[in-house]
Design a protein around this ligand. Structure first.
Ligand code: HAM
Length: 440
């Protein structure tokens, strides 16, 4: 999430937090009543006030509504918005398809230039590049609604002759949503789609020019893309550019990692002024599954200091010390529910903490703490009041030797070796004092 957020911010996107539920009519109008998402998959209900509400199946409709309602037209254009959160679709559960899933969504509203489409595609590829996942951009243009009407007639004529070979869903699509015939995943339908007339041959002049320019920008940015004449997308609001990102080993797009396109007519259709827009949504569940599948080492949260304690009174002080260090801006972690020092050090090693602060009974009496350097095991007793300064100094020094971003397998699997004898002594000392304390 952080990686995606960082790339988004670098490209000038600002966060928006649309509500999780909206009026059902917003989705019906934006996505289209005959789309699978609206006709079969929405979680809809009537609320106490009698309003028809649906859990969001995606973000674009809600962001378009917010753009209109909050007068974002008056902001410098384009307005670049990003958001993330759960979305809901009542789909048949299967690998990579969930009823509650997480999207990361990016929308550029208020600019019709092909540069915008290209920038979004470059950004989407940059995200996967940062995550270490290899992707191919699948791209097509579906023109304007007018040019599409012409194409739909030709398409229906072609499919009518093959009607009996089509799956049941496609037979319905023939009258309800003919463009979707092209991206049916049933093998016989896919074969028929191979020979179907292609939409690019029916594009109006402006859409064709727009598409060529988008591709030129991508060429210039050295983005690998595949022209995919069967990519039509499942939502009605799209115009011109549509694209998906597929993992390089996903040949059919069964599990697209990310999808989007231009939707120049949506905001006007919802009652706003004519406002071009383009965007995409990344499927986080599928992206994380891909990361796990390719054994990419997930970047860990940085932990500079791990606070450990021995004994009840040390634990109380340690809680306070942890909070003070956190407020002072250190990346701190702890596991105060563990009792022994060894499991706490094992946890610190797992988290790749640079330093462990050890607090025992003796230290509380002496007003000191032990700072353990996790790289070389060296320990030093320092004045507790100077701990922030001492840690800062050590961290500065450690910053010159960067830590690995991934965790070596052995550390994950095995706790650290027994502590060296001199250190064991310190720990024993602490243990004895703690037990003495509890006996008295
Ligand atoms: P979408 O293709 O419906 O497009 O969804 C985008 C991505 O969300 C998919 O490529 C997939 O990774 C993920 N996704 C969708 N449904 C599921 C599911 N049931 N389980 C797991 N992951 C899923 C949209 O939603 C558009 N609003 C994208 C967009 C933004 N177009 C313009 N702006």
């Amino acid at each position: 999430m952080e990686t995606i957020d960082q790339v988004g911010r670098a490209y000038g996107f600002q966060t928006i937090l649309p509500p999780i539920a909206e009026r059902t009519s917003l989705f019906q109008r934006s996505l289209g009543s005959s789309t699978d998402v609206v006709s079969k998959e929405m979680y809809s209900f009537v609320d106490q006030g009698g309003d028809h509400i649906s859990l969001r199946p995606e973000f674009t409709a809600g962001i378009a509504r917010a753009y209109i309602e909050h007068g974002m037209l008056n902001l410098p254009q384009p307005v670049k918005l990003m958001t993330s959160g759960p979305c809901f679709r009542h789909e048949r559960p299967q690998a990579g398809r969930f009823r509650q899933f997480w999207q990361f969504d990016f929308e550029t509203v208020g600019d019709a230039q092909p540069m915008v489409d290209a920038e979004l595609i470059v950004l989407s590829v940059a995200i996967y590049h940062s995550l270490g996942i290899e992707v191919v951009v699948q791209i097509n243009s579906i023109g304007t609604p007018q040019s599409r009407e012409k194409y739909k007639d030709v398409l229906v004529d072609y499919y009518k002759t093959k009607k009996r070979q089509l799956c049941m869903d496609c037979q319905k699509r023939l009258t309800k949503n003919p463009l979707r015939l092209l991206d049916c995943k049933v093998p016989t339908c896919q074969q028929i789609a191979q020979e179907a007339p292609q939409i690019v041959d029916y594009l109006d002049e402006e859409s064709r020019e727009h598409f060529v320019q988008v591709l030129e920008y991508l060429d210039e940015s050295e983005i690998t893309y595949a022209l995919n004449p069967r990519l039509v997308r499942g939502l009605d609001y799209y115009t011109r550019t549509v694209f998906e990102l597929w993992a390089t080993d996903d040949e059919t797009g069964q599990s697209a990692l990310l999808a989007g396109g231009r939707y120049d007519g949506l905001i006007e259709f919802l009652g706003g002024r004519s406002t071009p827009a383009c965007g995409f949504a990344l499927g986080l569940d599928r992206t994380v599954a891909k990361l796990q599948a390719i054994h990419a080492d997930l970047p860990l949260d940085v932990v500079d200091v791990f606070v450990s304690q021995l004994g009840e009174s040390a634990r109380k002080k340690a809680l306070r010390l942890f909070e003070d260090l956190r407020r002072a801006g250190f990346a701190v972690s702890q596991q105060f529910t563990k009792n022994g020092l060894k499991p706490q050090l094992a946890m610190a090693a797992k988290l790749q903490a640079k330093f462990v602060v050890i607090l025992g009974q003796k230290e509380i009496i002496d007003r000191t703490v032990i700072i353990r350097d996790m790289e070389n095991g060296a320990q030093e007793i320092v004045d507790a009041r100077k701990i922030a300064k001492e840690l800062e100094r050590r961290l500065e020094r450690a910053a010159n030797s960067p830590r690995p971003t991934s965790l070596p397998e052995e550390i994950l699997e095995t706790p650290p070796e027994d502590l060296p004898p001199d250190e064991a002594l310190v720990v024993e000392d602490l243990r004895e004092e703690v037990s003495e304390e509890s006996e008295s």
